[in-house]
Design a protein around this ligand. Structure first.
Ligand code: IPE
Ligand code: IPE
Ligand code: MG
Length: 226
Protein backbone atom coordinates (compact mmCIF):
# COMPACT_ATOMS: atom_id res chain seq x y z
CA UNK A 1 0.00 0.00 0.00
CA UNK A 2 1.25 3.43 -0.92
CA UNK A 3 2.99 5.38 1.84
CA UNK A 4 1.07 8.61 1.68
CA UNK A 5 1.07 10.00 5.20
CA UNK A 6 3.78 9.75 7.89
CA UNK A 7 3.15 11.11 11.38
CA UNK A 8 6.06 11.80 13.72
CA UNK A 9 6.13 11.96 17.52
CA UNK A 10 9.23 14.09 17.97
CA UNK A 11 10.68 12.88 21.27
CA UNK A 12 14.09 12.96 22.94
CA UNK A 13 15.22 16.57 22.61
CA UNK A 14 15.81 16.85 26.36
CA UNK A 15 17.85 13.66 26.52
CA UNK A 16 19.89 14.74 23.50
CA UNK A 17 20.87 17.91 25.39
CA UNK A 18 21.40 16.15 28.72
CA UNK A 19 23.91 13.72 27.17
CA UNK A 20 25.92 16.75 26.12
CA UNK A 21 25.46 18.54 29.46
CA UNK A 22 23.58 21.28 27.62
CA UNK A 23 20.34 23.03 28.63
CA UNK A 24 17.13 21.35 27.35
CA UNK A 25 16.44 24.43 25.26
CA UNK A 26 19.43 23.58 23.05
CA UNK A 27 17.93 20.13 22.51
CA UNK A 28 14.73 21.75 21.27
CA UNK A 29 16.72 24.05 19.00
CA UNK A 30 18.42 21.01 17.44
CA UNK A 31 14.99 19.37 17.27
CA UNK A 32 13.77 22.18 15.02
CA UNK A 33 16.73 21.54 12.70
CA UNK A 34 15.80 17.84 12.57
CA UNK A 35 12.21 18.82 11.76
CA UNK A 36 13.46 20.87 8.80
CA UNK A 37 15.63 17.96 7.58
CA UNK A 38 12.75 15.50 7.86
CA UNK A 39 10.28 17.80 6.05
CA UNK A 40 12.74 18.33 3.21
CA UNK A 41 13.51 14.61 2.95
CA UNK A 42 9.80 13.66 2.91
CA UNK A 43 9.10 16.26 0.24
CA UNK A 44 11.96 14.95 -1.93
CA UNK A 45 10.65 11.40 -1.62
CA UNK A 46 7.16 12.38 -2.71
CA UNK A 47 5.33 11.80 0.59
CA UNK A 48 1.97 13.59 0.29
CA UNK A 49 1.21 14.36 3.94
CA UNK A 50 3.31 14.64 7.09
CA UNK A 51 2.17 15.30 10.64
CA UNK A 52 4.31 16.29 13.62
CA UNK A 53 3.59 16.31 17.36
CA UNK A 54 5.27 19.45 18.66
CA UNK A 55 3.41 20.28 21.90
CA UNK A 56 0.83 18.17 23.70
CA UNK A 57 -2.06 19.22 25.94
CA UNK A 58 -0.03 17.54 28.72
CA UNK A 59 3.17 19.49 28.01
CA UNK A 60 1.76 22.51 29.91
CA UNK A 61 2.91 20.70 33.04
CA UNK A 62 6.56 21.48 32.15
CA UNK A 63 8.46 24.40 33.75
CA UNK A 64 7.23 27.75 32.40
CA UNK A 65 10.75 28.59 31.22
CA UNK A 66 10.82 25.56 28.93
CA UNK A 67 7.28 26.30 27.62
CA UNK A 68 8.29 29.90 26.84
CA UNK A 69 11.43 28.74 25.03
CA UNK A 70 9.43 26.21 23.00
CA UNK A 71 6.84 28.71 21.81
CA UNK A 72 9.51 31.26 21.03
CA UNK A 73 11.06 28.63 18.77
CA UNK A 74 7.71 27.87 17.17
CA UNK A 75 7.27 31.59 16.42
CA UNK A 76 10.71 31.80 14.80
CA UNK A 77 10.11 28.57 12.87
CA UNK A 78 6.81 30.00 11.55
CA UNK A 79 8.39 33.29 10.53
CA UNK A 80 11.34 31.64 8.78
CA UNK A 81 10.73 28.07 7.63
CA UNK A 82 6.94 27.72 7.42
CA UNK A 83 6.76 30.84 5.32
CA UNK A 84 9.18 29.35 2.81
CA UNK A 85 7.17 26.09 2.70
CA UNK A 86 4.05 28.01 1.77
CA UNK A 87 6.05 29.76 -0.97
CA UNK A 88 7.08 26.26 -2.16
CA UNK A 89 3.37 25.47 -2.54
CA UNK A 90 3.09 23.24 0.51
CA UNK A 91 -0.06 23.40 2.61
CA UNK A 92 0.73 24.15 6.24
CA UNK A 93 -1.95 23.46 8.84
CA UNK A 94 -2.12 23.13 12.60
CA UNK A 95 -4.00 20.80 14.90
CA UNK A 96 -4.79 21.55 18.52
CA UNK A 97 -6.30 24.47 20.40
CA UNK A 98 -3.80 27.09 19.26
CA UNK A 99 -5.86 29.91 20.82
CA UNK A 100 -4.15 29.04 24.14
CA UNK A 101 -0.70 29.81 22.70
CA UNK A 102 1.17 33.07 23.48
CA UNK A 103 -0.16 35.90 21.34
CA UNK A 104 3.01 36.51 19.31
CA UNK A 105 3.24 32.81 18.47
CA UNK A 106 -0.43 32.69 17.47
CA UNK A 107 -0.01 35.81 15.31
CA UNK A 108 2.89 34.13 13.48
CA UNK A 109 0.78 30.99 12.89
CA UNK A 110 -2.20 33.00 11.64
CA UNK A 111 0.05 34.74 9.12
CA UNK A 112 0.99 31.30 7.75
CA UNK A 113 -2.56 29.94 7.56
CA UNK A 114 -3.78 33.03 5.76
CA UNK A 115 -0.94 32.72 3.21
CA UNK A 116 -1.64 29.06 2.42
CA UNK A 117 -2.99 28.65 -1.11
CA UNK A 118 -6.29 26.92 -1.47
CA UNK A 119 -5.19 24.29 -3.94
CA UNK A 120 -1.52 23.92 -3.07
CA UNK A 121 -0.17 20.99 -5.04
CA UNK A 122 2.71 20.38 -2.67
CA UNK A 123 3.03 18.30 0.47
CA UNK A 124 0.66 18.90 3.41
CA UNK A 125 2.55 19.71 6.61
CA UNK A 126 0.38 19.36 9.71
CA UNK A 127 1.74 20.42 13.10
CA UNK A 128 0.24 19.53 16.48
CA UNK A 129 0.42 22.43 18.93
CA UNK A 130 -1.49 22.17 22.20
CA UNK A 131 -2.81 19.00 20.59
CA UNK A 132 -4.38 16.09 22.44
CA UNK A 133 -6.20 13.20 20.79
CA UNK A 134 -8.87 12.96 23.48
CA UNK A 135 -9.55 16.72 23.39
CA UNK A 136 -9.81 16.51 19.61
CA UNK A 137 -12.46 13.80 19.78
CA UNK A 138 -14.43 15.60 22.51
CA UNK A 139 -14.38 18.88 20.53
CA UNK A 140 -15.51 17.09 17.36
CA UNK A 141 -18.34 15.24 19.09
CA UNK A 142 -19.55 18.45 20.78
CA UNK A 143 -19.66 20.23 17.41
CA UNK A 144 -21.49 17.30 15.89
CA UNK A 145 -24.10 17.22 18.67
CA UNK A 146 -24.60 20.99 18.31
CA UNK A 147 -25.21 20.54 14.57
CA UNK A 148 -27.97 18.03 15.22
CA UNK A 149 -26.55 15.71 12.55
CA UNK A 150 -26.36 11.96 12.99
CA UNK A 151 -23.48 10.53 15.04
CA UNK A 152 -21.48 8.61 12.44
CA UNK A 153 -17.79 7.96 11.88
CA UNK A 154 -17.81 10.22 8.82
CA UNK A 155 -19.52 13.06 10.68
CA UNK A 156 -17.01 12.83 13.54
CA UNK A 157 -14.08 12.65 11.09
CA UNK A 158 -15.22 15.77 9.28
CA UNK A 159 -14.90 17.68 12.56
CA UNK A 160 -11.41 16.52 13.48
CA UNK A 161 -8.38 18.76 12.93
CA UNK A 162 -7.29 16.36 10.18
CA UNK A 163 -10.46 16.93 8.16
CA UNK A 164 -9.72 16.23 4.50
CA UNK A 165 -6.47 14.40 5.26
CA UNK A 166 -5.83 10.66 5.09
CA UNK A 167 -5.14 8.67 8.27
CA UNK A 168 -1.40 8.24 8.89
CA UNK A 169 -0.07 5.11 7.22
CA UNK A 170 2.75 5.11 9.75
CA UNK A 171 3.29 6.71 13.13
CA UNK A 172 6.98 7.04 13.98
CA UNK A 173 8.23 7.81 17.47
CA UNK A 174 11.84 8.66 18.21
CA UNK A 175 13.88 8.11 21.39
CA UNK A 176 12.87 4.50 22.04
CA UNK A 177 9.64 5.31 23.91
CA UNK A 178 6.87 2.98 22.84
CA UNK A 179 3.61 4.85 23.39
CA UNK A 180 1.33 7.32 21.60
CA UNK A 181 1.06 9.87 24.45
CA UNK A 182 -2.39 11.08 23.28
CA UNK A 183 -1.33 11.54 19.63
CA UNK A 184 -3.85 11.06 16.79
CA UNK A 185 -5.92 8.53 18.74
CA UNK A 186 -8.78 8.42 16.24
CA UNK A 187 -6.59 8.52 13.14
CA UNK A 188 -4.12 5.85 14.33
CA UNK A 189 -6.71 3.02 14.35
CA UNK A 190 -4.87 1.16 11.57
CA UNK A 191 -1.53 2.96 11.40
CA UNK A 192 1.67 0.95 11.32
CA UNK A 193 3.80 1.87 14.34
CA UNK A 194 7.54 2.35 14.03
CA UNK A 195 9.68 3.01 17.09
CA UNK A 196 13.21 4.25 16.50
CA UNK A 197 15.85 4.46 19.22
CA UNK A 198 17.55 7.58 17.78
CA UNK A 199 16.73 10.79 19.60
CA UNK A 200 14.72 13.30 17.56
CA UNK A 201 17.60 15.77 16.98
CA UNK A 202 19.52 12.92 15.29
CA UNK A 203 16.79 12.28 12.67
CA UNK A 204 17.77 12.99 9.08
CA UNK A 205 17.12 11.96 5.46
CA UNK A 206 18.61 8.50 6.09
CA UNK A 207 16.12 7.95 8.91
CA UNK A 208 13.28 8.81 6.51
CA UNK A 209 14.67 6.24 4.04
CA UNK A 210 14.77 3.60 6.79
CA UNK A 211 11.11 4.35 7.61
CA UNK A 212 10.12 3.96 3.95
CA UNK A 213 12.03 0.64 3.79
CA UNK A 214 10.44 -0.66 7.00
CA UNK A 215 6.95 0.31 5.82
CA UNK A 216 7.48 -1.62 2.58
CA UNK A 217 8.04 -4.79 4.66
CA UNK A 218 4.76 -4.49 6.57
CA UNK A 219 1.56 -6.30 5.58
CA UNK A 220 -1.60 -4.32 6.27
CA UNK A 221 -4.69 -6.45 6.62
CA UNK A 222 -7.32 -4.10 8.09
CA UNK A 223 -8.97 -7.06 9.73
CA UNK A 224 -9.22 -9.05 6.52
CA UNK A 225 -7.14 -11.90 5.19
CA UNK A 226 -4.03 -11.42 3.13
C1 IPE B 1 10.62 16.86 22.61
O1 IPE B 1 11.32 16.00 23.42
C2 IPE B 1 9.14 16.71 22.71
C3 IPE B 1 8.45 17.92 23.20
C4 IPE B 1 7.48 17.81 24.08
C5 IPE B 1 8.78 19.23 22.67
P1 IPE B 1 11.28 16.06 25.00
O2 IPE B 1 11.39 17.47 25.48
O3 IPE B 1 10.12 15.29 25.52
O4 IPE B 1 12.63 15.29 25.33
P2 IPE B 1 12.88 14.19 26.45
O5 IPE B 1 11.80 13.17 26.31
O6 IPE B 1 12.83 14.90 27.76
O7 IPE B 1 14.23 13.65 26.12
C1 IPE C 1 5.06 13.50 23.51
O1 IPE C 1 6.29 13.55 24.15
C2 IPE C 1 4.65 14.87 23.10
C3 IPE C 1 5.40 15.46 21.98
C4 IPE C 1 6.30 14.82 21.28
C5 IPE C 1 5.06 16.80 21.65
P1 IPE C 1 6.40 13.63 25.74
O2 IPE C 1 7.85 13.59 26.05
O3 IPE C 1 5.62 14.79 26.25
O4 IPE C 1 5.65 12.28 26.17
P2 IPE C 1 5.72 11.41 27.50
O5 IPE C 1 5.44 12.34 28.63
O6 IPE C 1 7.10 10.85 27.60
O7 IPE C 1 4.70 10.36 27.30
MG1 MG D 1 9.79 13.33 25.94
Amino acid sequence: MELKHIAFIMDGNGRWAKRRLLPRKIGHREGVKALERVINACEKRGIKEVSFYAFSTENWSRPQEEIDALFDMVRKFADNELKSYVERNMTVRFMGDVTKLPKDTLDALNKITSAVRQNGEGMVVNIGLNYGGRDEIVTAVKALVDSGEEITKENIESRLYTKGMSDPDVIVRSSGEKRLSNFMLWQSAYSELIFIDDLWPDFNAATVDSIIDEYAKRTRRFGGLK
